[in-house]
Design a protein around this ligand. Structure first.
Ligand SMILES: Cc1ncc(COP(=O)(O)O)c(C=O)c1O
Length: 492
C-alpha cells in the first residue's frame, strides 16, 4: 500500500496551518485576490471561442492588448511559465548565434541558458559590492559604457533590476548609453511588476527607457505562480524582424497547451490593477511605512532601505522588499530566518549569510505585518541581551553568501557556455576539481545566480566556498554524489 502523502494532501495540510507568507506568490493565498472558482471547473484548452496563445487573434489578443495598455507598453505577451520563458525568448530573439551579449553576472540562470542555447559569446558586468549589508549593488553605467566601447560586437545588454533584494540600477542612464551605441537594453524586472502602479515606488524600467522588460506578475502582484509578462516598450527601437523572432521563440519555449487558468489570472490581475490598484496601494503603503518606522529604533537588526541610495551604484530601492540584517553578527541571516519560522510562524522568502529577505505586497494583511514587526523586535532584544549567539548553520533555511559570491563571481572563462555544456564530461570529486573547467551550473536556489557557469575555471577559493555552503546544510544545485564527498562534472 502506498503510504506516501500525496502532494495535494501536503498542500492542504500546509494551507491549514497559520504560517504567514512573506514570500511569493504575491497574492499571499488571499482568495479574494484571485476571485476564481475551483480550477477544475475552469481548466479548458483551446476550445471554440477561446483563441490560441500562439496565434492570438481573439480574446487572448484583447487580453494582451489590455496588459500592454496597463503597463503603457507597445506590445505585451502573456507568459505561462514565468519570467524564465520571457528571458529565454528575449535574449534568443535579439541575438544571432555567435554574437556577444553583455550581461550582469548576478542574472538569473535563465539568461545563461539563453546564451547557451543561442551559442552566444558573453561578457559580464559585475554589480558594485554594497558594504553595509553585503548585498549586490547596482550596475555602474560607466562600466556599461566602457564595455560597449571595448567590444563593438555586443548586440544587446541584459540586466536585473530590481534584484531579489530590491536594489535598482540607474536604468535611465544605462538606457541612454546603450541607445547611443545603437544596442538593445533588456531588463529582467521579474521582481518589479508592481513598480509602475504607485509613485511611492521607484520608476519602472519601461518608464526609464528599457526596450524589452520582463515581469513576474506572480512575484509581487495578485496572480498565480508562473504568470509573467514580456513587454516591448513604446520607444519603438526594436526592429520588426527582431520582434518577430522573439514572438517565434515565445512559441518555441512556451507550452503548446497554455493553462487558461494562468492566463485568466493574469487578465484578472490587469483588471484589478486598473480598477483597484491605486486604492489598494494607497491603503498598503502607509501600513508598510508604519512597519518600516517600527524597525527604525532597533539596536541590532536593521531593515535595509533608502540609506543605500547613492552607494554602490544603487539608483533606487524598492521599499516593499524586506531585507533584514544584523551587521556585526556573522550568520545572523539563517538565525533570523529560522527563528521567524519556528517561533513566530513567519515564512520568509530566503536567507543569506547576513540577511533575510521577505517579499511584501499590497495583499499583505495588517496582521501579517504586525506579526513580523513584533517578532523582529523580540529577536532584536534577544540578540541585545546576548541570549543567542546565532548557532551558525544549525537552523533550517535557504542560505547563500552574497559577500562570498561577489568575490567568487570573477571566475576565468575558458570556454563559451554552449561549448562547455555540449562537451564530453567526466565526474571528479569536488575536492580534486581545482584547475578543471566546470561542465555544469552550480548555484543555490533562490536566488538562482550561478556560482560557476559551464566553461569557467574552478579555483581553490571557489571550491572552498562551495564546501562552506554545504557544511552549513545547503544544497548546492548541480553537484552530484554524496553531500559529504560531492562530485562535479568537468569538461574533458
Ligand atoms: C531576478 C529573477 N529573474 C527571473 C526569475 C525567473 O522568474 P520565474 O520564476 O517567473 O520564471 C527569477 C526567479 O526567481 C528571478 O529571481
Amino acid at each position: 500500500m502506498d503510504m506516501r502523502r500525496s502532494l495535494y494532501e501536503m498542500l492542504e495540510e500546509y494551507s491549514a496551518q497559520d504560517i504567514y507568507p512573506f514570500h511569493m506568490p504575491g497574492h499571499k493565498r488571499n482568495r479574494e485576490a484571485a476571485g476564481m472558482k475551483s480550477p477544475y471547473l475552469l481548466d479548458i484548452t483551446e476550445v471554440e471561442g477561446f483563441d490560441d496563445l500562439h496565434h492570438a487573434s481573439g480574446i487572448l489578443k484583447e487580453a494582451q492588448e489590455k496588459a500592454a495598455q496597463v503597463y503603457e507598453a507597445q506590445e505585451t505577451h502573456f507568459l505561462i511559465n514565468g519570467s524564465t520563458a520571457g528571458i529565454l525568448s528575449a535574449i534568443s530573439g535579439c541575438m544571432l548565434p555567435g554574437e556577444t551579449l553583455l550581461m550582469a553576472r548576478n542574472c538569473h540562470r535563465s539568461a545563461y541558458h539563453a546564451a547557451s542555447l543561442r551559442r552566444l559569446q558573453v561578457r559580464y558586468l559585475y554589480p558594485c559590492p554594497e558594504e553595509l549589508y553585503h548585498l549586490n549593488g547596482g550596475i555602474d553605467p560607466a562600466q556599461v559604457q566602457e564595455e560597449l566601447e571595448r567590444e563593438p560586437n555586443i548586440r544587446a545588454v541584459f540586466l536585473t533590476s530590481p534584484t531579489y533584494d530590491g536594489i535598482l540600477s540607474d536604468i535611465r542612464t544605462i538606457a541612454g548609453i546603450v541607445h547611443e551605441k545603437g544596442k538593445i537594453l533588456i531588463v529582467d524586472e521579474a521582481h518589479g511588476a508592481h513598480l509602475q502602479f504607485h509613485s511611492y515606488f521607484p520608476e519602472s524600467a519601461l518608464q526609464c527607457g528599457a526596450d524589452i522588460v520582463i515581469h513576474s506578475v506572480h512575484k509581487t502582484l495578485p496572480s498565480l505562480t508562473q504568470t509573467a509578462l514580456l513587454h516591448f516598450s513604446r520607444g519603438n527601437r526594436i526592429r520588426e524582424a527582431v520582434k518577430e523572432r522573439i514572438r517565434r521563440f515565445l512559441s518555441i519555449y512556451q507550452s503548446s497547451s497554455p493553462s487558461y487558468i494562468l492566463m485568466a489570472s493574469i487578465d484578472r490581475c490587469m483588471d484589478w490593477l486598473q480598477r483597484k490598484g491605486t486604492a489598494a496601494y494607497d491603503a498598503y503603503i502607509p501600513r508598510l511605512e508604519q512597519f518600516r518606522a517600527g524597525m527604525g529604533g532597533l539596536e541590532n537588526i536593521h531593515l535595509a532601505g533608502r540609506e543605500l541610495i547613492g552607494t554602490a551604484c544603487i539608483a533606487a530601492v524598492d521599499c516593499s522588499r524586506i531585507v533584514l540584517a544584523a551587521p556585526g553578527f556573522a550568520g545572523s541571516g539563517p538565525w533570523i530566518y529560522g527563528r521567524l519560522l519556528k517561533q513566530f510562524a513567519i515564512q520568509m522568502e530566503m536567507a543569506a549569510e547576513d540577511t533575510v529577505v521577505g517579499i511584501s505586497t499590497c495583499m499583505d494583511s495588517s496582521e501579517g505585518l504586525d506579526r513580523l514587526e513584533k517578532a523582529v523586535k523580540y529577536l532584536d532584544r534577544e540578540i541585545a541581551s546576548g541570549l543567542d549567539k546565532r548557532p551558525k548553520g544549525q537552523e533550517d533555511g535557504q542560505v547563500f553568501t552574497q559577500t562570498e559570491i561577489l568575490r567568487q563571481m570573477r571566475n576565468e572563462t575558458i570556454l563559451p557556455i554552449y561549448e562547455a555544456a555540449d562537451r564530453p564530461w567526466a565526474e571528479v570529486k569536488l575536492a580534486e576539481a581545482a584547475g578543471s573547467v566546470c561542465g555544469e551550473y552550480l548555484y543555490l536556489y533562490p536566488p538562482g545566480i550561478p556560482l560557476f557557469v559551464p566553461g569557467e575555471r574552478m579555483d581553490k577559493e571557489g571550491i572552498a566556498l562551495l564546501g562552506r555552503l554545504m557544511e552549513s546544510g545547503l544544497a548546492v544545485k548541480g553537484l552530484g554524489g554524496d553531500t559529504a564527498d560531492p562530485v562535479v562534472k568537468i569538461c574533458k
